[in-house]
Design a protein around this ligand. Structure first.
Ligand SMILES: Cc1cc2nc3c(=O)[nH]c(=O)nc-3n(C[C@H](O)[C@H](O)[C@H](O)COP(=O)(O)OP(=O)(O)OC[C@H]3O[C@@H](n4cnc5c(N)ncnc54)[C@H](O)[C@@H]3O)c2cc1C
Length: 408
């Protein structure tokens, strides 16, 4: 187990500086254009692939960093550059983690490379769980997966919504119901390979922020996938379902909810994205406050402005510390006895929303225009309190964990 540290080692600092350079030189200058275009920034993803940032190797290296600081450090730097473009770069990683966490070695080796494509022909992947009637209430998914034993195929039907890269992905990971009587325990994840008939993109959403990231519905109509596309395999699923049915019958002891443990481990990464956006807005506001003069002096000479900056910086640093702690806990298998993963995501996302708003205030009229980036950052920041569990759901998880209550 790695000791918790608040300092990056030399190797991590090198990676951070390299990522920061890419964020400053490639992502930041492209941010306003792709925000206006509301399209996936393929040339930027391609550039990230060329230098090795858009790759499984890079992601896996950070993911398995024993200090736990690899992923938060990478997310913070990329999202400091721009949230929409960064989500287009890391969105595939979120789907890949779904396969890494639940797939067999063969599935990992087959599908993850196809999620990324190669440097000359980059691809993206999508993770499709949310549905029109199942957002926060994940247990009420309706998309069905039915096994056709004669053909050893699964047949998927349903509509997914809000899928990042939905419909444009080479590989879709779809969560579906295999046993409707078991709530979230009756769910399983499936790979839908490239070009599978029956999968189509529904509505593409026009969004408030992170507009360089594609978000759309995914419609599944009699989508047939081979039995080998069930993540983890049929035997494991059958065992898991049998255990869940037995518990449902006997009212047996509640076992640790594996899905919740996974969320606790993945939420700090979203917190780190929020820290990146918050830090970016704080830095713009600090520079502006030092140079903008009113009443014959820089506006930072006014305590009303300086104290806001003090609060902003304090919140950004506090958010980062919560994120780093939770991320270290996740990598080192520490139990989340106070839902520390949810805590980090809650605090960091609320911080991003607040700090980006304060930045607009400090820039005055300029802050309210698209001539300056804080307006975009404020729009982008609103997503952090919504996806990967809203702030209300984070509070619910934290409160129920503290109370020792069931979280479903
Ligand atoms: C840009 C974007 C990208 C996304 N990407 C993906 C993706 O790639 N894959 C994917 O599967 N999903 C994705 N999502 C979906 C996202 O995770 C959901 O939007 C989120 O979980 C909230 O669900 P909902 O929108 O249905 O809101 P609802 O669940 O309907 O919630 C509406 C409001 O009610 C509140 N609320 C609900 N239940 C409770 C409760 N019990 N107590 C208190 N308050 C409650 C919520 O906090 C919220 O304020 C994305 C969403 C967006 C906007």
């Amino acid at each position: 187990m790695a000791e918790f540290t608040m300092e990056l080692n030399d190797e991590q600092k090198e990676v951070r500086d390299w990522l920061h350079g890419f964020a400053a030189d490639v992502i930041r200058p492209a941010a306003a254009e792709w925000d206006e275009r509301e399209e996936t920034p393929w040339p930027v993803i391609q550039e990230a692939a060329k230098v090795g940032i858009y790759s499984l190797d890079f992601y896996a290296q950070q993911y398995f960093d024993p200090t736990g600081l690899g992923i938060p450090m990478a997310m913070e730097e990329l999202f400091w550059g721009d949230a929409g473009i960064a989500l287009s770069i890391v969105g595939t990683g979120l789907a890949a983690v779904g396969v890494l966490a639940n797939g067999t070695e063969e599935q990992i080796g087959t599908w993850i490379p196809q999620m990324y494509g190669d440097q000359n022909d980059v691809k993206v992947a999508a993770f499709c769980s949310s549905e029109p009637d199942a957002g926060s209430d994940v247990a009420s998914l309706r998309t069905r997966a039915v096994y056709d034993e004669a053909k050893d195929e699964w047949v998927l039907n349903g509509t997914k919504t809000w899928a990042t890269n939905g419909g444009i992905a080479n590989v879709h990971v779809v969560v579906a119901v295999v046993d409707p009587g078991l709530g979230s325990k009756g769910h399983a994840s499936f790979i839908v390979p490239p070009g599978t008939p029956g999968l189509s993109q529904g509505q593409k959403f026009k969004k408030h922020g992170i507009r360089a990231s594609h978000t759309a519905e995914v419609v599944l109509e009699d989508v047939r996938v081979p039995g080998s596309c069930l993540l983890g395999g049929k035997e494991k699923l059958d065992e898991r379902l049998a255990r869940a049915r037995e518990r449902a019958k006997t009212g047996g002891e509640r076992v640790k909810n594996a899905a919740m443990a996974t969320f606790e481990a993945s939420r700090p990464a979203v917190g780190a994205m929020a820290v990146g956006t918050a830090r970016a807005a704080y830095e713009v506001a600090l520079d502006y406050a030092k140079t903008r003069e009113q009443f014959g002096r820089p506006i930072i000479d006014n305590q009303g402005v300086a104290f806001q900056l003090a609060d902003m910086r304090t919140s950004v640093d506090a958010a980062r510390l919560l994120v780093w702690r939770a991320s270290w806990m996740a990598v080192n298998g520490k139990p989340f006895t106070a839902a520390e993963g949810s805590m980090s995501k809650l605090f960091a996302s609320e911080t991003a929303k607040k700090v980006t708003g304060q930045a607009i205030q400090i820039l005055g009229g300029n802050g309210y225009t698209r001539e300056y980036p804080v307006e975009r950052m404020h729009r982008d920041a609103a997503i952090y309190t919504i996806f990967e569990g809203t702030s209300e759901i984070q509070r619910l998880v934290i409160a129920r964990t503290l109370a020792g209550m069931n979280i479903r």
